[in-house]
Design a protein around this ligand. Structure first.
Ligand code: B12
Ligand code: SF4
Length: 432
């Protein structure tokens, strides 16, 4: 039996916007591959970096679906189904909107693959595949390890994805994670994580945790064990980690090179509207926090959410200026997206502000990185253009050279200079 795993691309993009370069390994597919008992039965195609050979013989197709790739995922599913091949969908979007996803697949999984995989494959082999499988929700199962062989020969960034924990204790109004995990956070068994690092000889790691520092006490125990393994790592963390000096030191000692931090906005009213609680306490426009990050030498990948109800074109420009002035290693200016099930989605829906018939993720006219709602203080087109301009300005040559010269972070040592240059080069190439 042959199983084909698929990571879909984003489908049609706005002309000239190419995001293929700089793709990273899709960990969820390696986890599924790890559940397949005979490794030679599985093959993976990542449409972000290669074409899917629809006519290659296979028995079963499994597609991982996020909201931003839902439309494309359904198209891929239809292609295989038209060839008589059964398709299973899973992932964040299929779990958030099971009724919609079910219409585009033979079966779907709500939740994690691990607990239901064996039963599902047994059912498939007995021609008894159920329409929907509900996985008990929670932490990654003990003793389940990804099969990273599926990544061999594919051009990914030289960094390994790894999971320490899932979920986040906060409840930001735009975030699918808080919805999906119901504001809960669970850590994986520490021995499993350490074993996985050693077994697969991981050296440069991106922890794909939603918020690595959500449970600081457990993280500290883990980091103490991580120190002897001498890895380099980065992750996503909430701003409140700066208040814990012991944690900051353990992060530095265990090889942390930087963090993706959700700044979201430089306006306190927006932060309150987003319910972005880790950023709100003693808000001083991040001055204190940024100094602490710099003192520990951490690179900062700053994420901003633009187009909220307090943003106009001027505040978006000021946000970009803030990011350049603070010499962030990278910054992302994401258009606020009403993801299904989130508070932001429900609010825009009740106010009649959703575009694309209220389901941008499954609309033929929607393109990645376009506004999908009516902003309050500008038009949707102005917001889409402002996002493109924000990226162009932040990744302009003058901004890149200005930001490089920070002796505490980007210019701290040769490794940091190389990371800074490579990442800025890739993003400049794909976003300008
Ligand atoms: C790491 C990450 C990234 C990395 C991607 C790394 C990579 N490999 O490519 C980076 C930083 C690049 C990134 C980018 C983006 N991301 Co992101 N990302 C994540 C994050 C934090 C973890 C994903 C992950 O690897 N999880 C670990 C795996 C093992 O868990 P999993 O995916 O849930 O899979 C399990 C189950 O869902 C299930 N499953 C999954 N697929 C399938 C398939 C089948 C068939 C079955 C049976 C089961 C199954 O079983 C799996 C194993 O347990 C998630 C948050 C999250 N919790 O999902 C956000 C998340 C997926 N990202 C999100 C977004 C919005 C984006 C961006 C669009 C941001 C932006 N505005 O540009 C971009 C998109 C870029 C792109 N082209 O893909 C949103 C998506 C919301 C939504 N409703 O879809 C999330 C949920 C974050 C959030 N806070 O809301 N992201
Ligand atoms: S802190 Fe980050 S992961 Fe947690 S709920 Fe807010 S946006 Fe989501």
């Amino acid at each position: 039996m042959k199983i084909t795993l698929i990571k879909p691309s984003l489908g049609n993009l706005i002309t000239g916007y190419n995001i293929a370069e700089g793709s990273m390994e899709p960990l969820q597919l390696a986890i599924i591959a790890g559940l397949i008992l005979k490794p030679d039965e599985v093959i993976m195609y990542d449409e972000r970096i290669e074409k899917i050979p629809f006519d290659e013989p296979t028995d079963l197709v499994c597609i991982t679906v996020d909201s931003f790739s839902a439309y494309r995922s359904y198209k891929i599913s239809a292609e295989f189904q038209s060839r008589g091949i059964k398709v299973i969908l899973g992932g964040m979007h299929a779990s958030l909107l099971p009724d919609e996803a079910s219409q585009h697949a033979d079966s779907i999984v709500v939740g994690d693959a691990e607990p239901v995989w064996n039963q599902m494959i047994k059912d498939f082999k007995e021609s008894n595949l159920q329409k929907i499988y509900h996985a008990p929700f929670g932490l990654p199962q003990e003793g389940c390890f990804p099969n990273r062989d599926i990544f061999k020969g594919k051009k990914y960034l030289p960094v390994s994805m790894l999971q320490f924990s899932r979920g986040c204790k906060f409840n930001c109004s735009f975030c699918s994670v808080s919805q999906f995990f119901n504001h809960s956070h669970t850590c994986r068994k520490m021995e499993d994580v350490l074993y996985e690092i050693e077994k697969d000889k991981l050296k440069t790691i991106l922890f794909v945790d939603d918020n690595m520092v959500s449970n600081k006490a457990e993280l500290k125990v883990f980091l103490k064990e991580l120190i002897p393994l001498k890895v380099k790592w980065a992750s996503q963390s909430s701003m409140d980690l700066t208040g814990d000096k012991e944690l900051m030191k353990l992060m530095a000692d265990s090889g942390c090179i930087g963090n993706l931090i959700g700044f979201e906005s430089i306006n306190i009213n927006t932060l309150k509207w987003f319910n972005k609680s880790p950023n709100i306490k003693n808000f001083d426009n991040y001055k204190k926090e940024l100094e602490i990050f710099r003192d520990y030498g951490f690179l900062t990948w700053a994420s901003f959410m633009i187009g909220n109800d307090f943003d106009n074109l001027d505040t978006i420009e000021k946000t970009v200026e803030f990011a350049i002035k603070n010499k962030f290693t990278l910054a992302f200016f994401h258009i606020l997206m009403p993801y299904p099930g989130t508070e932001v989605y429900n609010q825009f829906k009740s106010e009649g502000r959703l575009l694309y018939d209220g389901h941008w993720w499954n609309h033929p006219d929607y393109r990645y990185n376009q506004a999908s709602f009516k902003p309050k203080l500008m038009s949707a087109n102005q917001l889409s253009d402002a996002a493109v301009k924000a990226n162009k300005d932040f990744y302009s040559l003058s901004s890149i050279s200005q930001r490089l010269f920070d002796g505490k972070t980007n210019f701290r040592n040769l490794v940091n200079i190389m990371i800074y240059s490579r990442l800025n080069y890739i993003i400049r190439k794909t976003s300008t």
